[in-house]
Every structure is written in structure tokens, then in C-alpha cells.
Write a protein that binds this ligand. Structure first.
Ligand SMILES: [Zn+2]
Length: 596
């Protein structure tokens, strides 16, 4: 049985006689969307039966609900459910329609796998919030694909999406920011409705301090920047940071001394509140604002060392705006890590802290930070990552660093069991910085670590060792293969090719794994080849030069094979402009430079 997330209690019984499912009748006391949902799932009439003191769905020859109460353990579990299959039929029962929905998701997974034995499952989650971070800085999937992604998320019992649309959000009041590829407001409305119907709450994210490159790169917004100098650092020690002349990105932040910036921030927050009316929370970002106190105005106002002061003032100010909109503010935690007890006292207590830690070795750091936030009286949501910045190495530009991702998720599963967190979500990042960087729209490489997090946050005691087998059988319908996900190598390419040819489901994702693993290999070969290309021009003897020529040719052959495949795959779920930019970012310079 390959259910993801793994249910808490499973009792297996005898093999059941194979009935004809189409002749069975379906009974329920659910109404509204759930009735519509069940009717759609089974493509036939669902019979409404009298009330029971819990929500139920029964699939049987005739109606005979023998249960009077839910098992004791489920009485206070809003998302818990009981699923029972025996000779008489199948019953799913739960305290809420949400629990019933999750019971149905488990049933659907069993059905997909052709399960034929009697069983009883009593199941509930360990974490109240189980989230997925939808980030569209580079490339936003087509509307239809976003709907499919939501469908897939609820199948694995995610109940929260942290939605970071940046310039793909249909701003109306704020002018000149929205991308031509943005969602329109009807599409956004439909996404919210579709998710909410399926018990997924959306937390919109509107950055209000740093990471606003998508705004500040526009000329009209230049005066709102904290860094308003284009000077190149031309003296020793230059900039030792490979990605920017300042500590991060010079167009990253609003100037907290600029009142026009606050007018803009308030407008954007109001639009978030209006366009996400059902959301309880609004995430106001506030992470990695490393260029604070750069401008003369801020230096005069807060002092050269006034980082904490300016951050507190900004965060409390925006938090008040969010509270006035009847929402709860959420912030990333990194800027707070060095705060003293006294400084925590000054921070608005309505704020929910989202603590992000993504790397191997962060467990102890997590314990110390969570202890500190709890002692300061804040509510906390944890954040792990299924794909994030793995340093400047190009190895993980397209594929996640699977080994470290799983360690990170294990750590957060442990932390969530140790501390009373509101829940945990799994982030998926485009790249090492914001809008000005190589694009990364291939989010479909994250399904393996993402579903691993679905497993570990629902059931923190779930066995990690057998997860890959369960994932391969559940997600792709493939058996008899292992170690398919890891560092890119010939072996991984062969295994993902096997998946592509043998999968029963999710062929698209199998192809994404196959071709992006090859793309990573291509990039490494490209970099290695580039280093030797001087030999083509420095008078190296012909025989040695010919070796380099052969390498360049080999790379060219690989590129000619790979480029149309990558382009084909991307164009299925992304628009033409996103596809073109991604393909250019991976191949254009090589075509210009690495050729004979
Ligand atoms: Zn300033």
C-alpha cells in the first residue's frame, strides 16, 4: 500500500471478493461543494442519506451505516478520518467535511493502485498547516496548469499555499508593475475559489522591504530605492560576492525614509487584501534586506548602526496596515535572528513569524531560534525547501539538491514534533536572487522532495527509508527501480529514462526529470569545455587542438538534441515568452561562444 502521506494507523484484513464497482451505490450526508465533488468523482448520482453525528461517504450495495460514533481518537481531530473497507463495502467517516475530503483522497490513491483487501485506516495530521510555496518570479505556469497543481496538492493533503506572484499579480491601483504574462483578476479569483473549495487556504505574499526588484528595476520607481548609486566597486578588495557589487542586489530594497514608498506599500497591501478576501494572513516578506542604512537620509535618521531600529519601525508600521485590513501579518524571520529580548518586546505581537532554515546542519539552529521566538511570545510557522539556493554552483540550477532537501525536511519534521508550531511549509525558489537572474520555471523537478514533505509533515513518524519506493509506485505507477533521484549522472539519466518509458501516470514529470538531469550534465560539460577553448586561439599544436574541437562538437550535438526537447516540455505548461527566455538562458551564450 503506497499512500502518501502515510496514514497513522492501518489494519489490513482479508482479500475481498472483486465486485463490480459500477453497480455499487454511493451514499453521503455531505452537501454543497463536497456533494458536487463526490458526484464529479464517480460520474454518477450520489444518494443523500439521513444525518449522522459525523460526515460520511458509503460505497455499498445498499445503505446500512452501522457506525454510531467516530473512534474516540478522532473526536477532536478536525482533519482526521476513518476509512473502512470490508465485504459490505467502503465507509469513510470524519468529524468535518474537510476530514471526509482527506479520507476520500486516501481512498482515491488506493483505488488508483487497485487495492483489493479489507482494511481500516484511522488517520489525522501532526501539523495543522501543511503548505506549498508557489513562486512565479520566473515563469508562471499557464492557468490550466496552476489548477492541475492545486488538484495534485490536495491529493497529498496540503492545505496551504503561500502565493508569491510578484509582477504576475494583477495590480490595478498600482501602475506600471504588472507583467504582460500576469494572471488576470478573473483567473486569480478562480484559482482562489478552486483552492478554497478543496480546503486549501492561500497566504498571499507581498514583499514590503527587500526583494522588490520587480518594482525598483522600473525607472518610475528609482527614487524609492535604498541604494541610489550605480557606482561600480572598482578598488580592492572589489566585491567578493559573485552575484552583486553590494551584499545582495543594489535594486533590492525600498528606502524606509521615503514616504512615497509607504504609500505604494499600503496600496499593494490593500490590493492583496481585496483580491484574496478569504485569506486570514498576508505575508509581508521583510527578509534579506541587507542594504538597509545605505542612503544618507536613513543614516541621519536611524544612525549608521540603526539596522534593528529601522527594521522594527518598518515591520511594525506595515503590520499595523495589515491588521487594519483585518488580516494577520506574517514575516520571514532572518532579520530578527540577532534581536535582543528587549527588541523582541518592541515587535508587534500580532505578527506570525515564518522561520526559514533550508540547509544541512540547521537542526540545532532551528532549536535555538524556535526557543527564542516561543519565549518572546510569537506564533511560528516553519519553512523548509524542496528547491533553493545551493550556493553559486551551477549543479543545482535546474535540479534540486535531493540529498540536502530530504535532510532539511527531516529536520523540520523533527522540529515540528518538538515545538508547538502552527505548521510547516515547503518553499520552492527560482534561484539565488530575485528578478535579475537566470530563470527557473521548471518547478516540476520538485515533486519528489515536495511529496516527501507532504509525508513527513502529516505523519512525522513516517518511515523515510521506504519513501522513494512508495513515491515511485504512487506517483509514477512504477516498480522495480530505485535511487532515481540524486546528483545528476549517467545513472540518473538512465533511470529517469526508464521512468519515462514505463510510468503509468505523470509522464510529463518523468520527462522533466529525464531532460533536466541531462541539462545539468550539459551545463557542467559546457563549463569544462569553455575553460579549454583558449587552445583554439593560442597556437596549440594541431593534434592537441583537435581534442578541444571534438569536445566542442560533442557539446554542440548534445545541445542540438536537448534544446528542442527542453523547449517542447516548457511550452506545454508555460507561455511562449517564458519558454523562450528559459531556453535562451541555458543555450544562447553557448551558441554564440562555444562553437567552431
Ligand atoms: Zn533610505
Amino acid at each position: 500500500m503506497n499512500i502518501i502521506p502515510r496514514p497513522k494507523n492501518i489494519t489490513e484484513g482479508q482479500t475481498l471478493q472483486k465486485g463490480k464497482p459500477s453497480e455499487k451505490k454511493i451514499y453521503t450526508n455531505a452537501d454543497g461543494f463536497m456533494l458536487e465533488y463526490v458526484t464529479g468523482l464517480f460520474s454518477r448520482d450520489v444518494l443523500q442519506e439521513e444525518e449522522a453525528p459525523f460526515f460520511f461517504l458509503q460505497i455499498s450495495d445498499g445503505f446500512s451505516l452501522e457506525m454510531e460514533h467516530l473512534p474516540e481518537i478522532l473526536q477532536d481531530k478536525e482533519e482526521g478520518y476513518l476509512l473502512k473497507a470490508d465485504a459490505k463495502g467502503i465507509v469513510i467517516a470524519a468529524r468535518s467535511s474537510k476530514g471526509l475530503f482527506y479520507g476520500i483522497q486516501t481512498f482515491l490513491q488506493l483505488k488508483e493502485q487497485g487495492w483489493e483487501r479489507g482494511l481500516e485506516i484511522i488517520d489525522w495530521p501532526d501539523n495543522d498547516i501543511r503548505g506549498y510555496h508557489f513562486e512565479s518570479r520566473f515563469g508562471i505556469p499557464k492557468f490550466e496548469r496552476i489548477i492541475e497543481i492545486i488538484e495534485e496538492l490536495c491529493k497529498y493533503k496540503f492545505n496551504t499555499i503561500l502565493m508569491e506572484l510578484e509582477d504576475k499579480f494583477p495590480y490595478e491601483e498600482v501602475k506600471g508593475i504588472t507583467s504582460p504574462n500576469a494572471l488576470n483578476k478573473e483567473q486569480l479569483k478562480e484559482i482562489i475559489r478552486y483552492a478554497n473549495d478543496r480546503y486549501i487556504e492561500i497566504i498571499p505574499l507581498q514583499q514590503t522591504l527587500g526583494h522588490v526588484e520587480y518594482i525598483l528595476k522600473k525607472d518610475d520607481y528609482y527614487p524609492m530605492r535604498e541604494v541610489r548609486s550605480d557606482a561600480v566597486n572598482s578598488e580592492l578588495p572589489f566585491s567578493f560576492n559573485p552575484i552583486g557589487s553590494l551584499s545582495f542586489n543594489e535594486i533590492d530594497e525600498f528606502c524606509p525614509s521615503n514616504e512615497e514608498a509607504y504609500e505604494l506599500i499600503e496600496k499593494m497591501c490593500r490590493e492583496m487584501a481585496e483580491k484574496y478576501p478569504s485569506s486570514k494572513y498576508i505575508h509581508i516578506g521583510c527578509d534579506e534586506a541587507w542594504n538597509l542604512i545605505n542612503c544618507e537620509l536613513c543614516k541621519a535618521r536611524y544612525g549608521e548602526q540603526g539596522f534593528h531600529k529601522v527594521f522594527l519601525e518598518h515591520t511594525n508600521r506595515v503590520a499595523r496596515v495589515i491588521t487594519s485590513l483585518d488580516k494577520t501579518p506574517v514575516i520571514w524571520d532572518d532579520m530578527l535572528r540577532g534581536f535582543s529580548e528587549e527588541e523582541f518586546e518592541l515587535l508587534d505581537k500580532n505578527i506570525v513569524i515564518m522561520c526559514w532554515l533550508y540547509y544541512n546542519g540547521d537542526l540545532d539552529r532551528g532549536i535555538s531560534l524556535l526557543t527564542k521566538y516561543r519565549e518572546s511570545g510569537f506564533r511560528v510557522i516553519g519553512a523548509s525547501s524542496a528547491k533553493c539556493c545551493e550556493g553559486m554552483s551551477s549543479d543545482y540550477l535546474d535540479m534540486p539538491n535531493i540529498k540536502d532537501r530530504l535532510i532539511n525536511i527531516n529536520d523540520w519534521s523533527e522540529l515540528s514534533a518538538k515545538f508547538d508550531l502552527m505548521g510547516v511549509l515547503t518553499t520552492v525558489w527560482s534561484n539565488y536572487t530575485g528578478t535579475i537572474a537566470p530563470p527557473h520555471p521548471f518547478f516540476d523537478t520538485i515533486w519528489y522532495p515536495l511529496l516527501y514533505s507532504a509525508d513527513k509533515y502529516w505523519n512525522t513518524a513516517s518511515d523515510s527509508q521506504e519513501f522513494e519506493k512508495r513515491f515511485l509506485e504512487n506517483f509514477f505507477g512504477v516498480e522495480g527501480v530505485e535511487n532515481c533521484f540524486g546528483n545528476e549522472s549517467e545513472e540518473i539519466y538512465e533511470k529517469t529514462s526508464f521512468l519515462t518509458e514505463n510510468c503509468k501516470r505523470n509522464k510529463y514529470i518523468a520527462e522533466v526529470y529525464k531532460f533536466t538531469s541531462l541539462l545539468s550534465i550539459y551545463r557542467q560539460k559546457s563549463m569544462a569545455t569553455y575553460r579549454e577553448m583558449y587552445k583554439l586561439y593560442d597556437g596549440t599544436p594541431e593534434r592537441e587542438k583537435a581534442i578541444v574541437v571534438r569536445k566542442v562538437k560533442e557539446l554542440e550535438t548534445m545541445r542540438e538534441y536537448l534544446k528542442p526537447e527542453i523547449s517542447r516540455l516548457l511550452s506545454i505548461n508555460f507561455n511562449e515568452a517564458d519558454t523562450k527566455e528559459f531556453v535562451n538562458s541555458r543555450f544562447l551564450m553557448d551558441e554564440m561562444v562555444i562553437r567552431i
